[in-house]
Design a protein around this ligand. Structure first.
Ligand SMILES: O=C(O)[C@@H](CO)O[C@H]1O[C@H](CO)[C@@H](O)[C@H](O)[C@H]1O
Length: 511
């Protein structure tokens, strides 16, 4: 087990160094309490089915459709080939995962987790659609239709859609104050996974007619969203888009954002109460210093009426995020493929231009000394000195060349020797590594799913298998959590988590 160095306040620049610096496995009280909490909650949850009572905004048991999970597991109506379940090895995970999606279903969209996240999140929904595909193809398409129905006039697809009011999450619609989407939404976006999911659903569809009809309807919306990225976030045409808020990256408190975020001057904020801390131990969540800045940026954007030009120029946080850019590039490849399937040759050339530009631009994010890709701070122009799990996502994007892919595989192997379970979200030898704090160390199933897809594409099948088996073992031993401690395996964050369930289904029942 690795014992990372303790970050000293002097090892980080600036006033807030100590508050952004890490705790660690030998760690402080906060960290020790979180570990005790994690091990206390992990064991009873295990791979159990989620409780069906009405607590936490969940539908009452009586409102649930009657479910015969055993029968469903046996007759997989999507026709996806069970991968490793002939022996029934994964039937408990399959059963629990399907039940989680059903219980988190709010009618055409799936909340990530009861209480903690009561709305529709953008990249969550796109990934959850891949899980729904193994239960109900129509419902899988609906997930994407519902998400894209919240698209703004300018093409942006928001990071959260506030379909129904909920008191359990902050900041909600009243803080964002945006009326663009019919039901209200945030004014920022998230990594554009949707086109990737549309291609996968299309390719594995049994109902080909439905797939063609829905993909054809969704295509212009996806194209408009990708166009928005280039217009709003790459006005200089560099081939790499900007991310203006850590929430947009989906990897909110990644160590990659520390210095850029630290420079955001905190506004005089109205008093606020964090609801996330009522659901999850504070040692597993971002710190107050980060939340103050998240909110400062929200108010800044709201005061600028979410005008895309103003936001780009005004934002005191502007980075080139590897996760967003890798996903956007992969999504462009899949969108181009879709254009060809549905006869939208007119769009093919436009997408090809984006692809060509990004393919070259990605080289500027590769750090040959560290053997991994890194993010860039657009306001300083500097490459960000942090190796995170997003650094492997260029494999998912297919932008790495064979030498870069080999270097990434070697780096990943080194990381795996330092922890029990991969892939940690931050280099485990980095002083900022915190095994339980959200995007600063824990293992995330969705990232593992993207990394394994990339590894297989480059021929690293055995390494992909290791990462996949680590994830399934984590879930089997600890439960379907939001994220996991890479050292002990303990589940952390929200439980009965939709995208973790969906990734298990996508892996175990993959076509
Ligand atoms: O912490 C939060 O309140 C929200 C803010 O968007 O972010 C977390 O949960 C979302 C829903 O699961 C994920 O989409 C993000 O990736 C994850 O970081």
């Amino acid at each position: 087990m690795v014992m990372p160095k303790v970050a000293s306040a002097t090892s980080m620049p600036g006033l807030l160094a100590s508050s952004f610096a890490c705790t660690n496995v030998t760690g402080d009280m906060d960290d020790l309490k979180a570990r005790a909490f994690a091990s206390a909650t992990a064991t009873p949850v295990n791979i159990s089915l989620p409780p069906k009572d009405g607590a936490d905004g969940a539908p009452k048991a009586s409102e649930q459709s009657s479910i015969n999970l055993k029968a469903e597991a046996a007759s997989n109506n999507s026709g996806l080939r069970p991968r490793a379940d002939a022996s029934g090895k994964y039937s408990a995970i399959i059963e629990a995962s399907k039940e989680i999606l059903k219980q988190n279903d709010r009618g055409g969209y799936t909340i990530p987790a009861k209480g903690l996240y009561p709305y529709q999140w953008n990249w969550d929904s796109a990934l959850v659609a891949l899980g729904w595909a193994s239960l109900d193809e129509t419902r899988a398409w609906e997930e994407l239709e519902k998400l894209l129905s919240a698209q703004w006039n300018d093409g942006m697809v928001p990071h959260i859609v506030f379909h129904q009011p909920s008191p359990t999450y902050f900041p909600g619609p009243e803080i964002w104050g945006s009326v663009e989407s019919p039901r209200g939404s945030t004014g920022i976006t998230q990594p554009p996974v949707a086109a990737i999911s549309v291609r996968r659903l299309f390719e594995s569809a049994h109902d080909k007619e439905l797939a063609l009809k829905t993909a054809t309807e969704l295509f212009p919306k996806l194209l408009a969203w990708h166009r928005w990225f280039y217009k709003a976030r790459d006005p200089e045409g560099t081939g790499l888009v900007a991310t203006l808020h850590p929430w947009e990256s989906g990897m909110d408190n990644s160590p990659a954002w520390d210095e850029a975020l630290e420079r955001v001057p905190v506004a005089k904020l109205p008093p606020y109460e964090r609801r996330d801390l009522g659901h999850v131990n504070s040692a597993m969540r971002p710190r107050k210093e980060e939340y103050d800045r998240y909110l400062t940026l929200v108010y800044l954007f709201r005061d600028a009426d979410y005008d895309l030009k103003k936001l780009y120029n005004l934002s005191t946080f502007r980075v080139t995020d590897l996760c967003t850019n890798s996903i956007l590039h992969r999504a462009n490849l899949d969108l181009q493929w879709l254009a060809r399937q549905i006869g939208r040759d007119d769009a093919d050339q436009e997408i090809a231009t984006w692809i060509a530009r990004t393919q070259v631009a990605f080289n500027s994010l590769y750090d040959p000394a560290a053997q991994i890709y890194k993010c860039r701070d657009q306001l300083t122009g500097q490459m960000i000195d942090a190796s995170t799990s997003a650094g492997f996502l260029p494999l998912f994007a297919r932008v790495a060349d064979t030498a870069q892919a080999a270097a990434l595989a070697a780096t990943l192997e080194r990381w795996l020797k330092k922890v029990r379970y991969g892939v940690p979200s931050c280099d485990p030898t980095d002083a900022r590594f915190e095994p339980l704090r959200y995007w600063r160390g824990p293992v995330w199933a969705i990232v593992n799913w993207m990394i394994t897809d990339g590894l297989r594409a480059y021929g690293y099948d055995a390494l992909a298998e290791t990462v996949e088996l680590h994830t399934l073992e984590l879930v089997e031993q600890h439960g379907i959590y939001e994220y996991f401690d890479p050292v002990t395996g303990a589940g952390a964050g929200g439980s009965y988590f939709s995208w973790t369930a969906a990734m298990c289904l996508a892996w175990i029942l993959r076509p």
